[in-house]
Ligand binder design. Sequence first.
Ligand code: AMP
Length: 604
Amino acid sequence: MINPFSNLGISDDVVNAIKDLGFENPTPIQEQSIPVLLEGSNDFVGLAQTGTGKTAAFGLPLLELIDFSIRKPQALVLCPTRELCLQITGDIRNFSKNIPGANVVAVYGGANIVQQLREIRQGVQIVVATPGRMLDIIRRKAIDFSDVSYVVLDEADEMLNMGFQEDINDILSTTPDDKKTWLFSATMPPEVRRIARNYMEDPVELTMGTKNTGNVNIEHEYYIVRARDKYAALKRIVDFNPEIFGVVFCKTKIDTQEVAEHLIKDGYNADALHGDLSQQQRDKVMQRFRDRSMQLLIATDVAARGIDVNNVTHVINYALPDEVESYTHRSGRTGRAGKTGVSICIINSKELGKIRQIEKIIGKKFTKADLPTGFDVCEKQLFALVHKVHNVEVNEAQIEQYIPRIMDEFSELSKEEVIKRFASLEFNRFLEYYKNAPDLNVSEERRGEHGERPERGSRVRNDDGYTRMFINLGSVDDFTRGDLLSFVCNNGKISGKSIGKIDLKGVYSFFDIENTAVDGLLNNFRNVDFNGRGVRIEQTAEGESKSRGGGSYNGSKRRDGERKSFGGKRESGRREGGSNGGFRDYSGRSREERHGKRESGRRR
Ligand code: AMP
């Protein structure tokens, strides 16, 4: 049988190379665009999502059209990010591994320019570049584009979003007028249209799926929760999907860092990716994610651009993007290469309008989903464990020596008893963790009622995801509520948004803080001093009974016992559903004694 790629006009060297990569059949975008691009005589606009195989869709035709006996740049691929640049370069190098003399160079910022200049000098036919660094090299007159016949603008909408319009103009002006331009974009906003109009002549247009439509392999779901329950909802979604390999999108770098830190503290295999990390740190995080030694990548839109990792099972929009168009890019991180994926939005009821806007853009309906109950999670985890046990690879050689002793230990128990006990070992932990877990769902009918955190100072109830804290500063220290707020936020490195009601007293005060922010505050708020006096923050006894997830703090390290839970997760004393709230008194004194002592100590 003739290889389907040969049928499309791809030469044997390349067909053999992509066979090694497991490409047996062309993806729809490859099937449609390869024959058009192979002609080499058209400008081209391809409306396609990431993950659809578009790198090969333009990469394979380029390899057929370029004369590799000439060691001069003949094709330039521009893309928005370093990650994508490296990805494309790697892919094209793989595709061309059997072509003698083929050279591809990656040109991107944040890396040694000298090395890139050296590679260019050695003679390359394909340059894959991010616009900023490319322009830098052009301005140094270190590259000659006079033989460039093809320019590919990959993820054109993203490049424009990132403000590269001017750079692209300048770069294109150094390439020959008769070159062909191939533009790929996930969406087609007017700015991209304008590029197509200004730089292309009668381009062949191909749309994969309907215009602006998201990948058909992606299911879109939303969950409505109270704003303060977002984190608990995230955890529940993750717990309900034991095999999750996902990207969680937050709006800001701070949120990204905070959510990642909370997840890590709660024993999840997560890390943050945002612009405040050094390139080296970002590379490390991405490497761990690619290797799948991390399950959850918490990222900002900008940092996540160009993440091309296959087999991402879930994209979770912890916060909806400001620009609804960005949703397409976010969700496109899953459902790649023909796989299915789920894109989830955790929203409050006021954000339903935005969901409807996104539906229009992606041309697809969202499903309103209900967060699983604690019991659902337990059941799911139990059977995940059962499957794991069933499928585990047994190292016969290693385990053999212990078998007689193990059999001996179990000699009293029937097979059923042994199985029951193995399963209970983990099941009990999850049952314990999720006992009394509240229903986090908010119905659409209650729209607007619980969408937002109540105004500071107006809330009297405290059983709603907030923890009540004590601080030994008050009005006698000339503090207003505003002063106290900024003092706590600055020293505790937390956002003012997580603070609720503040009760300013004389020598001390109370304030409410979102449960999810308690650990961060207590960890950061160390050795704080006010006018030479040590400032202490503690969770109140009131907070213990009222908060659902109160942590504890004894002035030094967390001491709430760490336990292994299902899936190898560490489960801290902070629990979502437990009524005991994890508060512990490590001093050996009663709470009344501690508070009494503190008060009298202040009065002295
Ligand atoms: P891309 O959209 O180019 O980033 O491709 C997404 C993923 O699909 C990459 O991991 C490619 O290696 C893979 N891929 C692309 N084309 C094919 C194909 N024809 N068969 C199998 N996998 C492919």
